[in-house]
Design a protein around this ligand. Sequence first.
Ligand code: FMN
Length: 353
Amino acid sequence: MSPLLSPVRIGRTLAANRLVMAPMTRSRADADGAPGALTVTYYAQRASAGLIITEGVFPSAMGKGYVNTPGMATPAQLAAWKKVTEAVHAQGGRIFMQLMHCGRVSHPSLLGGATPVAPSAIKPDGQAWTPVGQVDFVTPRELSLAEIAGVVDEYRQATHRALDAGFDGVELHGASGYLPEQFLSSGSNQRQDAYGGTAENRARFMLEVLDAMAAEAGADRVGIKLSPEMNYNSITDAAPQETYTCLVDQLRGKGLAYLHVALFGAKFDYHALLRPRFDGAYLVGSGLTQASAEKLLAEGKADAAVFGSAFLANPDLPERFRVGAALNAPDHKTFFSPPTAQGYIDYPALATA
Ligand SMILES: Cc1cc2nc3c(=O)[nH]c(=O)nc-3n(C[C@H](O)[C@H](O)[C@H](O)COP(=O)(O)O)c2cc1C
């Protein structure tokens, strides 16, 4: 049997297999940030994953960064997500919610006219996806110390709602140039206070957010995703190896459920650097195939393997791996469509004769 198909403990969660569905934004929520019936079906179809991580979800209205993305900031959003967790659990699945605060990677048109917030007032290069199409990012507003404490508490409140909605745990999106990585990285953080300067100071925001999430959920139901040197959303860091060493050394001992590291083109082997420093389950993602994932597990380099686009296009990915079936190809044109079924819930499962 494929080593991917054996059960694994991920913090408090017992996953039936080692295939984790990666967090993937699909932009099918309504204008108020609530997922609908299509989203319930989409996740339920993929419940045979050992663990599903939802798409990035904004913990507060100021965390929204893309049109039609969902939130966990209101009772209505909570009620809508409850239908998702019930459907996944009814199929025997497990599901964590990824909390994603976009910080400066947003636009006033997504924030009721407000200016996006960030550690420092440094404009990212690139464009935001807004209700009126793509427009240039704006210069964000620097968060005050009191506001930082408020944002940390928003993550805590969103975690509380996620648990009320039935999620098995929560993941902090610490990658892709969103607010936590904006604090972590020297290029986007020029603060002179306790949240800027040294790597230890720049890591402080992420660590405080994780502690706030763990205070609600228990650390064994909290995970984090990191992507060193992905350089997405114009994130840069002067000394990333030192930065991530400092961060992960402080993650150790917290009792977190997992660390998910997805590498995109980094020349340095961050897995070799970070895995020995972390004491929870280690999840590896990005560009995996069945063969490469099985090799990682066999060599003891990962506890579970994270699949993105393959899960998007193959609702029954574990079964396909079990029988060695061909995979559906993902259709990039429908990754971020308006709320339609096409390219969302119409990828076929294997015929069940
Ligand atoms: C359509 C799409 C949306 C994504 N949205 C997110 C997201 O919301 N949060 C996140 O952490 N990563 C996101 N990612 C990245 C995936 O989680 C994953 O790291 C990436 O797809 C690499 O894995 P793969 O090669 O197996 O697809 C997204 C990827 C895709 C394809």
